[in-house]
Design a binder for this molecule. Structure first.
Ligand code: PRP
Ligand code: MN
Ligand code: MG
Length: 194
């Protein structure tokens, strides 16, 4: 375990088993369909790489990158598109792949945006789902793990852009935040907010 980590919430083995299970389920559910896995950069990278290889049918992969409009984003949920999809999705069954759903604002924005492009279907697969109150309810087709409302890092999730490479999901030691404020939600790290 890395020295900055206080506690592991989801182990490497648990992730591996869950990814396999989700891959099987998605393979069954999308049989004969034109599937596009849509990863949300950057957090979804490790998950989509593993999940894609656990899906036993041909499919496409593309990515979108979004960023916030300063501080207003935290309440409004408005995000800016940094990287868009390469083509239209009206002939595709789109499955958004996320590492975590926290406030749900990122996903709400993505869903509203993508719905306007009329995909054949639009669903979400998230590895982690935080148990917390949300302003708007979200419909999630696939959830890997439900976790408590703690700021977590690893397996794609960052604190100030670091720790994404840890093979497990864990909670940081409080002293790591010492000179910085602990982020209120996963969407923003203090180093990015100024
Ligand atoms: C994190 C995470 C989700 C989002 C979840 O991404 O990867 O995409 O926040 O938070 P929310 O449900 O409260 O919107 P972030 O914006 O930090 O970008 P990153 O993936 O590049 O780390
Ligand atoms: Mn993200
Ligand atoms: Mg982040």
């Amino acid at each position: 375990m890395h020295e900055d980590i206080e506690e592991i919430l989801v182990t490497q083995e648990q992730i591996k088993a869950k990814v396999k299970e989700l891959g099987h389920q998605i393979t069954q559910d999308y049989q004969g369909k034109n599937l596009l896995l849509l990863g949300i950069l950057k957090g979804a990278i490790p998950f989509i790489a593993d999940l894609s290889r656990a899906i036993d049918m041909l499919h496409e992969i593309d990515y979108m990158a979004v960023s916030s409009y300063g501080n207003a984003t935290q309440s409004s949920g408005v995000v800016r598109i940094l990287k868009d999809l390469e083509g239209p999705i009206d002939q595709k069954h789109v499955l958004i792949v996320e590492d975590i759903v926290d406030s749900g604002l990122t996903l709400h924005y993505m869903l509203d945006l993508l719905r306007q492009r009329h995909p054949l279907s639009l669903r979400v697969c998230t590895l982690l789902y935080k148990e917390r109150e949300r302003a708007k309810p979200l419909e999630l087709a696939y959830i890997g793990f439900r976790i408590p409302n703690l700021f977590v890092v690893g397996y794609g999730l960052d604190y100030a852009q670091r720790y994404r490479n840890l093979p497990y999901v864990g909670v940081l030691k409080p002293e790591v935040y010492q000179n910085n404020q602990k982020p209120e939600r996963q969407h923003k790290s203090p180093a990015e907010s100024s």
